[in-house]
Structure formats: structure tokens, C-alpha cells
Design a protein around this ligand. Structure first.
Ligand code: GRF
Length: 204
């Protein structure tokens, strides 16, 4: 790994988690540099936010670059061009396939708005409300071949309050996402993480 970690962030939308990661790198809470933000959608609002923070951006438009395997290869090539050590998925609405996972095995992390293994997949907050859970939350985990499945680095819980709408709950969870994602990425670089089966240990 290079002296200071090099992080690539993948987004598809508004990019609030991307902003929380970039800010944490820029103010020294994460000992790494955000070297590129890549979107699979040209109209992702997060692209402008990344530019405003001075981070290089790239778009690999999934409607233009097809089929999916070619799109995925192009994103991997870009991340390699930028010599990325760690890939952070931040609202990247595309499942990663074999090429990607193999290229960055053990070096891809994701944030998901539920307490995994509950409510993987789309609309996790809606799933939690529909199920009637009293505690919801978010999870930062390594990415493997299965959706929202790899070893867990950090989790945070929030209460589900009477009368909560999906927006209320999502906002409460998002606040915690912005806290634990930078914490988890900081751990990846310093002191480092060791994965044993499903258990993630810090190296200190
Ligand atoms: C977040 O809730 C994240 O957990 C999920 O997608 C949402 C992305 O939000 N994977 P943002 O683009 O980071 O604001």
C-alpha cells in the first residue's frame, strides 16, 4: 500500500456519504487521500459536491458503456489508473460482479442503511418499518460476491419511534452513517483490519 492510502469512491446519487468520507480525509480523521469519485450516472448530484471539494471526478455512464461486464471493467481500469488502495461504495446502485470483486478483493467496503443481516437490498428503511422493528441502524461491511453480505466492520443502532415515516427513519439512520463510515475507513488504514471468517479484528 502507498504511504498515504488512496481511496476511490463510487456513487450513483446525492453523495452525502461520499462528502462525509472526503471531509474526514481532508481534515485528517482518515489517513488517506480521496483520489477519485466515480459515478455510473452522469446526473448524480454528488459529482458537483465532489468537484466543489476538489476531488477529481469521472463518469462511466451505464447507459453508454455496455454490456455490464464492459462497464465494470472500465470502472476497475479507472480505479487502477488512480492507484486506488480502497474502494468505498457510497450509494452506488449497481451490484459488483466477479471482475470487480476479484480485482479488489478485501479492499471494497460499503455502507448499508440497516443492521445487517436484516433487510439487505433495496429500500432497507422501508423494509424495517414494514417489519415493525423497534431498532434500526446501519452497517459498514466488506463487499463480497453476495449482496450486502461481507464481514462487518462497524454498526450503529437507532430507535424506530412511533409515527416515524420512512423519511424520518432514513434521516436518523443517515446521521449515523456519516459517523460510522469515516470511522470504519480510518480503521482500515490505521491500525488496519484483519478478517477471520466473518469476524473483523483491528490490528492494534
Ligand atoms: C445511503 O443511505 C446508503 O446507506 C445507501 O444509499 C444511500 C446513499 O446516500 N447505500 P448518499 O448518496 O450517500 O447520500
Amino acid at each position: 500500500m502507498s504511504e498515504k492510502g488512496r481511496v476511490g469512491i463510487l456513487i450513483s446519487g446525492r453523495g452525502s456519504n461520499m462528502v462525509s468520507l472526503v471531509e474526514a480525509m481532508q481534515d485528517g480523521r482518515i489517513p488517506a487521500v480521496p483520489v477519485v469519485v466515480i459515478s455510473n450516472k452522469p446526473d448524480a448530484a454528488g459529482l458537483e459536491r465532489a468537484r466543489a471539494l476538489g476531488v477529481p471526478v469521472a463518469v462511466v455512464d451505464q447507459k453508454q458503456v455496455r454490456p455490464r461486464s464492459v462497464h465494470e471493467t472500465r470502472v476497475v481500469e479507472l480505479l487502477n489508473d488512480y492507484k486506488v488502495d480502497l474502494v468505498c461504495l457510497a450509494g452506488y446502485m449497481r451490484l459488483l460482479k466477479k471482475t470487480f470483486i476479484q480485482a479488489f478483493r478485501g479492499r471494497i467496503v460499503n455502507i448499508h442503511p440497516s443492521l445487517l443481516p436484516s433487510f439487505p437490498g433495496l429500500d432497507a428503511q422501508g423494509q424495517a418499518l414494514a417489519y415493525g422493528v423497534k431498532t434500526a441502524g446501519c452497517t459498514v461491511h466488506f463487499v463480497d460476491e453476495k449482496c450486502d453480505h461481507g464481514p462487518i466492520i462497524r454498526q450503529a443502532a437507532v430507535p424506530v419511534l412511533p409515527g416515524d415515516t420512512e423519511d424520518d427513519l432514513s434521516a436518523r439512520i443517515l446521521k449515523q452513517e456519516h459517523r460510522i463510515y469515516p470511522e470504519a475507513v480510518a480503521l482500515f488504514f490505521n491500525p488496519g483490519l484483519r478478517v477471520e471468517g466473518r469476524a473483523v479484528h483491528t490490528l492494534d
